[in-house]
Every structure is written in structure tokens, then in C-alpha cells.
Write a protein that binds this ligand. Structure first.
Ligand code: KG4
Ligand code: ZN
Length: 352
């Protein structure tokens, strides 16, 4: 039997196997990460090698540099993950990898690494969507969480409200019509002279400011579940440039705080409206902006007021990591989806 036949046969068997150990690989942006996850819920190891310090010098991720550093780091990350998990390669039942969305060159490093591993180990290769992975982060943070639920997806690449009817059944309720919320945080951070990555730095700065700045901005798309952040981004950029051109003093802390209040209000209002109208009593947060302290605080308040149970990933699983990929890959296997072969390639965009 050739590799494709062997992996198809093993993939079928995994659906009913008692324990499934997945080695997962994530390299969609500037984090090289490998995890070992058991049965989609138990993280035996999750090693994340961040390139933040390198990309900080350029004010953002430089794709070519990101791919080169993935190549440089990935085997050491694998060794570390195996050591931390106490497992060896022969224990691995399947290899899962993020195939998209993300930076093409960065993704290709992970995809080719995973293909090589799966082929050498003669185990199934599972192609995982990064967006689904962010939802999977909640299964390792909340062992009792099961679908159905509503998900607020807030990452650097996506901003959406998703109706998660089952582990692998996703229905898009609304999404951004322009920038993602993460891009908006990063752009505002840059105009305020904060270093990359901007989101966490806005979060920190906002704690020292007041909601005192009125931007020339009106919340758009009020009656839909869609978002638009480009207008707010432009309003903040114009405010700052205007002050700088006129040599007028302004408080960066207040700008950060006022911006963050508007963004988090918009996210909370639409999400709570969706929970109410779709009669959802479980809300799950996914993606890097889910680490934002003010968003977490407001959602906690609103959900408590409205009788909605709130699930947010542990902070270490909000931003990119391989454990979340291994978690959702387990449910791909149970649903019989995602099996890939050696022709697998990367995709810069994926739909939810
Ligand atoms: O989900 P993620 O790690 O990567 C993508 O899949 O895109 O999200 C990264 C985004 C960046 O825009 C980053 O600035 C933002 O998440 N982020 C935050 C915070 N931590 C990360 N934004 C606001 N507040 C934070 N604490
Ligand atoms: Zn991500």
C-alpha cells in the first residue's frame, strides 16, 4: 500500500480509537509552534517560538523574514515539544497542520514540515483552517465546553460572528466588510508610536487614560451583524495627525482608551444582539484580540446581565499556537474531514 492508502485506512480507524495523540504544527504568521494534544482536550506540550523581537525592528511582520525564521526554528521546536510531552514520534497517531489563512511563505514551512513528518511516520495528515483552530482554543481552555454556541471571532485576520452548530459545522452570521479588528488595533498603535504588536500595547496604555476623546466618527452598519473598522481607524489617524500638525498637546493614553472603548462597545453590542436574536445562551470568544482586557471585562458584564454563559480562551491560547490546531484537528477526525495527502499546499485566505 502507498502512503495515501495507508493514511486513509488509519484515518478511518482513528474515529473509533480510544486515545488519539495529535502532533500539530502552526506557522501561519510569526509564531513557530508545535504541540502534542490528546483527544482534542489535553495539551501534553505546546511550544511557541515567537519572532516578535525580530519583527519589532520593522514595525510589523516581514513575510520573507518570518518564513526564514520558521525554517531556522522548526526542528528545535519539535524536539522541545516531544521532550516536554514525554512522548516520542512513534506515539503520534496523526499530524495536523494549519494550511491557511496566513502568510503564504510562512504557511508553506509548516505544511511541508508536517507533510514530511506524516509521510515518514506513515500517519494521516490533517489540514486545518487557522480560523477553526482559534475556536478550538476554547476546547483546551474549557474541558466542559460543547457546541452549539455563538462565537465572536476577533483576530488579526478575521472579525466575525459565527454560529457554531457542531464541532465542524460553522455558519457565518456577520463579518467585517473592511479591516479586521486586530488590524485596526495595530494601525492605531502605529500612529501612536507604539511598538509591534500594537494590540497588547494599546491595551496597556488605555489603562492609564480616560474615555475623553471624541473622534469624528459614527458607528456604521448599526442594523446588521457586520462590522466596519476602517472608518474608526481613519478617524483616529486623522485626529492624531491633526494634533501633530498643529503642534497641539494630546494624551496618547486618552486616545488609546477612547478608541478601545468604541471598538469594544461595537463588538459587544453586535454580539449581544446576536445572542439575543438567535436565542443563544452560550458565547465563545476566539482570536488574538480576545486577549484584550477591556473586551473581556465588558463581555463578562454583559453576559452576566443577559444570562449568557461566557467562554474565553486562556490568555496563552488566544494568540497563535499549535495546541488549538491539535484540538480542532481531533474533531475534524471524528467528523471525517480534513484528511490531506502529499499534494497539500498552503492558502493565504480561507472562508469560515
Ligand atoms: O489571532 P491572532 O494571534 O493572529 C491572527 O490569526 O491574525 O491575532 C493577532 C492580533 C493582532 O492584531 C494583535 O495586535 C491582537 O491580535 N492582539 C490584541 C491583544 N493581544 C493581541 N489586541 C488587543 N488587545 C490585546 N490584548
Ligand atoms: Zn491567529
Amino acid at each position: 500500500m502507498n502512503y495515501t492508502e495507508i493514511s486513509r485506512e488509519k484515518f478511518e480507524k482513528l474515529k473509533t480509537q480510544k486515545d488519539v495523540l495529535i502532533l500539530s504544527v502552526e506557522s501561519s504568521c510569526d509564531e513557530t509552534s508545535i504541540a502534542i494534544v490528546k483527544n482534542g482536550r489535553e495539551v501534553l506540550a505546546n511550544i511557541v517560538s515567537s519572532q516578535i523581537e525580530i519583527h519589532k525592528l520593522f514595525g510589523g511582520v516581514v513575510p520573507e523574514i518570518a518564513s526564514r525564521n520558521h525554517i531556522k526554528n522548526i526542528t528545535a521546536v519539535l524536539d522541545e515539544a516531544l521532550q516536554a510531552s514525554g512522548k516520542s514520534l512513534s506515539d503520534v497517531d496523526a499530524v495536523a497542520v494549519t494550511f491557511g489563512a496566513g502568510l503564504m511563505g510562512a504557511l508553506l514551512v509548516g505544511v511541508n514540515f508536517a507533510k514530511t513528518l506524516a509521510y515518514a511516520l506513515k500517519v494521516p495528515l490533517i489540514a486545518v483552517s487557522h480560523v477553526h483552530g482559534h475556536i478550538g482554543a476554547n476546547y483546551i481552555s474549557h474541558l466542559d465546553l460543547t457546541p452549539p454556541f455563538l462565537c465572536l471571532m476577533v483576530s488579526g485576520g478575521h472579525t466575525a460572528i459565527v454560529d457554531v452548530q457542531d464541532y465542524c459545522k460553522f455558519d457565518l452570521i456577520g463579518s467585517t466588510v473592511d479591516d479586521s479588528v486586530g488590524e485596526c488595533f495595530d494601525k492605531v498603535a502605529r500612529v501612536l508610536g507604539l511598538s509591534y504588536p500594537g494590540g497588547p500595547n494599546i491595551d496597556k496604555l488605555a489603562k492609564h487614560g480616560e474615555n475623553a476623546v471624541k473622534f469624528n466618527y459614527k458607528t456604521p452598519l448599526r442594523d446588521t451583524y457586520n462590522f466596519s473598522f476602517s472608518g474608526l481607524k481613519t478617524a483616529v489617524v486623522n485626529f492624531v495627525h491633526n494634533k501633530e500638525q498643529k503642534n497641539e498637546e494630546f494624551s496618547k493614553e486618552d486616545v488609546a482608551c477612547s478608541f478601545q472603548e468604541l471598538v469594544t462597545d461595537e463588538l459587544c453590542d453586535k454580539t449581544m444582539k446576536a445572542c439575543h436574536e438567535l436565542k443563544q445562551t452560550k458565547l465563545v470568544v476566539a482570536g488574538g484580540v480576545g486577549a484584550n482586557s477591556r473586551l473581556r471585562e465588558k463581555l463578562q458584564e454583559k453576559c452576566a446581565e443577559n444570562g449568557v454563559s461566557l467562554f474565553m480562551p486562556a490568555l496563552k491560547y488566544c494568540t497563535d499556537n499549535a495546541a488549538m490546531i491539535g484540538a480542532i484537528a481531533y474533531y475534524y477526525i471524528l467528523a471525517g474531514i480534513g484528511l490531506a495527502d502529499l499534494t497539500l499546499t498552503a492558502k493565504p485566505t480561507v472562508s469560515i
